[in-house]
Write a protein that binds this ligand. Structure first.
Ligand SMILES: C[S@@+](CC[C@H](N)C(=O)[O-])C[C@H]1O[C@@H](n2cnc3c(N)ncnc32)[C@H](O)[C@@H]1O
Length: 217
């Protein structure tokens, strides 16, 4: 599994997620990136070329060393300085309120304890910080949804734990975020059953007294 996870799987991800339609969606999302930026599940670094010109530095977390190795060339050639951390998003080594923007692309599907990671993202975002997401997830159509649920256990074996059937909107909302805009659509250049995408922005759910759903922020 080590060779597959560290060498083969990163190449598969690179091929599948660098298709033109997906790259266009990344670019469209990341034009909103601002300030101190944290990217979760950096993978092979496909987002790097999609950040706006003003972005000079990002921090990234990634749990698979093989992904970081494959990303290294892209990082070296980029004008953006990348602070790479090899660790799990479920436990982030950053102070509360450190980031203006957290980015996740095709990563919430793979994180083992995704609610824990989303709570960490909530914690490390500033009170007016934003979560930018581009994720595949549970289809609203019964037929596709049925196959996503049935094939999920097998799919996970070959995809380093990726789930076909996570409900993107629900997982973001149940962890204290307000989704301020979201587009949901099929991208037929993605592989079947992982082709229902959600792209959007979520803000911390903070009321006028500065009290978030998860306590004082
Ligand atoms: C499907 S890939 C997407 C990579 C990249 N975000 C992209 O859009 O091309 C999911 C990535 O999340 C990483 N990942 C999975 N679980 C993680 C975790 N708990 N913490 C940090 N990264 C994780 C995987 O190693 C992989 O690089």
């Amino acid at each position: 599994m080590g060779i597959y996870r560290n060498y083969i799987y990163p190449s598969i991800i690179e091929a599948l997620l660098s298709r033109p339609s997906v790259m266009a969606q990344r670019k469209d999302l990341l034009r909103h990136a601002r300030g101190e930026i944290l990217e979760i599940g950096f993978g092979t670094g496909l987002n790097l070329s999609c950040y706006p010109e003003g972005v000079k530095r990002i921090t990234i977390v990634e749990s698979n060393q093989g992904m970081n190795q494959k990303a290294a060339k892209r990082v070296a050639q980029s004008n953006i300085q990348v602070d790479c951390r090899l660790l799990n998003a479920e436990s982030l080594p950053f102070e509360d309120g450190s980031f203006d923007t957290v980015v996740s692309a095709f990563t919430f599907c793979s994180i083992k304890e995704v609610d824990k990671a989303l709570r960490e993202i909530y914690r490390v975002l500033k009170p007016d910080g934003q979560l930018l997401f581009l994720e595949h997830g549970l289809s609203p159509h019964k037929g596709e949804c049925f196959f996503q649920n049935v094939l999920n256990p097998v799919y996970r074996i070959f995809s380093d734990g990726c789930h076909l059937n996570r409900d993107v909107e629900d997982m973001i909302k149940r962890n204290g975020f307000n989704i301020t805009w979201m587009e949901q659509f099929y991208d037929r250049q993605m592989i079947k059953l992982a082709d229902y995408l959600s792209k959007g922005m979520a803000l911390k759910n903070v009321n006028k007294w500065g009290i978030g759903q998860r306590g004082i922020t």
